[in-house]
Write a protein that binds this ligand. Structure first.
Ligand SMILES: NC(=O)c1ccc[n+]([C@@H]2O[C@H](COP(=O)([O-])OP(=O)(O)OC[C@H]3O[C@@H](n4cnc5c(N)ncnc54)[C@H](OP(=O)(O)O)[C@@H]3O)[C@@H](O)[C@H]2O)c1
Length: 323
């Protein structure tokens, strides 16, 4: 089969495109003929070794795919490959654990769908399983226009929360509103404290959940923007500068800082997220794509790492049959 893979972890220049033996699926696995795979930031962290996880070598890259089962030609998707010992998604064939495989709703474009899986599942598990956002609470999303940011906004608004987002400029603020944000703060300033000050003015009693998808605000700096029992949900900032944490503002208001990574979500949590994702795909959730053929995997990784993907999700087309 044709695959995008690495023989050892390292920079994007390690990515090879070529023939690998077809995988042999074990018990409990389903063989899938891959139509498309996404390239997520986390795929670059796994490839480089920045996110340590057991992987086979050579490693087929990528965790999200949409494709058809070999046995029954049924459209399916997964967002669980390429880490924790499992081979990846960027190949013509993949073996997917049956309990991490979900049906693709009828009529949904596979290229559009694969773009949604990782950010949407991240938003779901972060807000529902970790921050435990409740109806009537207030969520602040820093970087609301990003892929995870838009999913956080849509999910929180759907759950009946009040959503404040930040975005750089009027057009991106409008996108946040279209996804369900009630109020948008401008975050064009290079100093993240400007957005924190604007938030404090807007929500003087504090927000219940604060989530920075940009990874630029040290979690401790966000603590004073929280209400009593508020939670800072930390999901980005790998490799950022260490920053001190002021204990007083955290504990005297019952506040907490919660980190999470979707790689550690349980199969039950992922299955619950998948139900929400499928409902949203059916309802029209789309994030925008830039589609490249599988042989350009290296270029796709470089674009993710250099931040040059114009706000679009990078998708590798594996089967020429999908347009
Ligand atoms: N913990 C987990 O399990 C998990 C899962 C998925 C993703 N992540 C991480 O979450 C982060 C977001 O992922 P994503 O897919 O949503 O990325 P994305 O689509 O690139 O969105 C990033 C957002 O951050 C904003 N931003 C970046 N730098 C900024 C700055 N200096 N000032 C203001 N805004 C800035 C961007 O604004 P513009 O739109 O103006 O560029 C954009 O809205 C990444 O770090 C990713 O690795 C973590």
């Amino acid at each position: 089969m044709r695959a995008a893979y690495v023989e050892r972890l390292g920079p994007a220049s390690e990515i090879r495109y070529g023939e690998l033996p077809d995988p042999r699926c074990g018990p409990g696995e389903v063989a899938v003929r891959v139509a498309a795979a996404a390239v997520d930031g986390v795929d670059t962290f796994v490839r480089s070794g920045a996110y340590a996880t057991p992987v086979p070598l050579p490693l087929v890259l990528g965790r999200d795919l949409v494709g058809k089962t070999v046995e029954s030609d049924t459209w399916v998707w997964t967002n669980s490959l390429g880490h924790d010992g499992r081979q990846g998604a960027s190949a013509e064939l993949a073996c997917v654990p049956a309990d991490r495989l979900y049906p693709l709703p009828e009529g949904v474009d596979p290229l559009e769908a694969v773009a949604v899986l990782h950010p949407a599942a991240t938003a779901y598990t972060g807000l529902v399983h970790h921050a435990r956002l409740r109806p009537g609470e207030t969520l602040f999303v820093e970087g609301g226009n990003g892929a995870v940011g838009r999913c956080l906004i849509r999910l929180a608004a759907g759950l009946g929360a009040r959503v404040i987002a930040s975005a750089r400029g009027a057009a991106k603020a409008e996108t946040c509103r279209a996804f369900g944000a009630h109020t948008v703060i401008d975050s064009t300033s290079a100093d993240p404290r400007a957005a924190l000050a604007a938030l404090a003015e807007l929500a003087p009693d504090g927000v219940d959940v604060y989530c920075d998808t940009t990874g630029r605000t040290p979690p401790g700096q966000a603590v004073p923007t929280l209400a009593v029992r508020g939670r800072v949900l930390v999901m980005a900032g790998l490799g950022g500068d260490p920053a001190p944490l002021d204990a007083g503002p955290l504990y005297v208001h019952d506040r907490s800082i919660i980190g999470f990574v979707i790689s550690l979500a349980t199969t039950e949590e992922l299955a619950e997220a998948a139900e929400w994702i499928n409902a949203e795909l059916t309802a029209g959730l789309r994030l925008g794509t830039r589609v490249m053929n599988l042989e350009r995997a290296r270029e796709a990784h470089e674009a993710v790492e250099s931040g040059t993907r114009d706000g679009r999700r990078l998708i590798l087309r594996v089967s020429r049959a999908v347009r």
